[in-house]
Design a binder for this molecule. Structure first.
Ligand SMILES: [Mg+2]
Length: 364
């Protein structure tokens, strides 16, 4: 389904759910093995090397201060009894399929964001006048019983607001924000919480006195446009709770690239510290390409310096790419021309096509 922009549309006229599994990778392992239930658990890039980084930590580990992006050494210092497991993509895929199977029992209009996150357009089954909580609770119960993990759900009148509120009360959170509550419940939140507002923008906005979302909403629009252009307008509209994008399953034809990126907990200052992050991104991109049944011909890397300057490099491959190893090989090659320190690393693969079309090409 193609996205159509309709400036007069403010919402679908129904409730939008943003469903997001809690500590998904860790939760899958806990659901598999009951002995993990009451232990601090982390899933880390490569547990054997000192470069291992925490991909996800369960809520028990988080109480010790363990966070995504932390390196394994620091995590072990905070919590010596931490159980560390290496990622098992096949396991996550299986749980993700089960989770999405349950989503599909509630609506046919689903836009997946990642393995464990999706928007559900509930317009067909729930009118705006109806309380969406019982249905959401039932969905949560079903996921808990049938899949063995928990999801948090944000509910609102459009996609952006639903995503905005889904992590307000994690884990197993259920938050409803009506259109009329934007002023009273969204405006007192810090700018950084606004979907699409990064640390660089929030920092610059704070300098001129825009501290929370309400400040932005009430700031003269001409000033915002002057300083931040289109991005500023987008944030301004979001601060007012305006979002017109419909929930739509993106078709493969619409997809231009597949990418993954990670913000690191601390700045990476050595060139080789970046390698495991590139490896992780390469694995995630390869996984996504496999799910979508696509191959690509161009690899790009992206990195951001501590002063928030973003750099990009890319190169073409004459052979179709979809394996993590090959994508990582290109990324490493590109990374050799880059330099530290960095705080964000990403990889994208573009110039996509389906392997079947490629076969046809060879047939010709
Ligand atoms: Mg999640």
């Amino acid at each position: 389904m193609r996205r159509k922009f309709d400036p007069f549309r403010q919402s679908t006229g129904g409730w939008i759910f943003h469903c997001d599994a809690d500590a998904f990778y860790a939760a899958c392992h806990m659901a598999e093995q009951s002995y993990l239930h009451d232990r601090p658990l982390a899933v880390a890039g490569d547990a054997k090397t000192r470069h291992g980084i925490i991909v996800t930590a369960n809520y028990i580990a988080r109480k010790f201060g363990i966070k995504t992006g932390m390196n394994l050494n620091s995590a072990r210092q905070l919590c010596p009894q931490l159980t560390v497991i290496t990622p098992d993509k096949a396991l996550y895929r299986r749980y993700s399929e089960d989770l999405h199977k349950i989503f599909r029992q509630y609506t046919s209009l689903i836009e997946p964001l990642s393995l464990d996150e999706a928007w559900l357009d509930m317009t067909e089954s729930l009118a705006l006048g109806q309380d969406p909580r019982p249905v959401a609770k039932e969905l949560q119960d079903r996921v808990r019983k049938d899949v063995g993990i928990t999801v948090s759900i944000g509910i609102s009148i459009n996609k952006m607001l639903a995503k905005q509120v889904s992590d307000w009360s994690k884990p197993s959170g259920l938050t409803v924000l009506t259109g009329g509550e934007v002023r009273s419940r969204l405006w007192n939140r810090p700018m950084l919480e606004l979907f699409g507002c990064g640390p660089a923008t929030s920092h610059k906005m704070a300098e001129i006195g825009i501290e929370d979302i309400g400040d932005l909403a009430q700031w003269p629009l001409s000033d915002i446009l002057h300083q931040w252009g289109h991005h500023g307008l987008q944030l301004y509209l979001r601060a007012w709770g305006k979002d017109w994008t419909p929930v739509s399953s993106p078709s493969i034809a619409d997809r231009r690239s597949v990418s993954a990126e990670h913000t690191t907990a601390a700045d990476l200052s050595a060139v080789e510290d970046v390698w495991p992050w590139l490896q992780l991104c390469a694995q995630e991109v390869a996984e996504r390409l496999r799910q979508l049944d696509l191959v690509g011909y161009r690899v790009g890397i992206k990195w951001r310096t501590p002063n928030f300057v973003t750099h990009n490099r890319q190169m073409m491959s004459h052979r179709p790419l979809n394996s993590a190893d090959t994508i990582y090989w290109y990324a490493r090659k590109l990374w050799n021309t880059a330099n530290c320190p960095v705080r964000l690393v990403g990889i994208s693969v573009s110039v996509l096509e389906t392997p079947s079309r490629q076969l046809r090409f060879w047939d010709n």
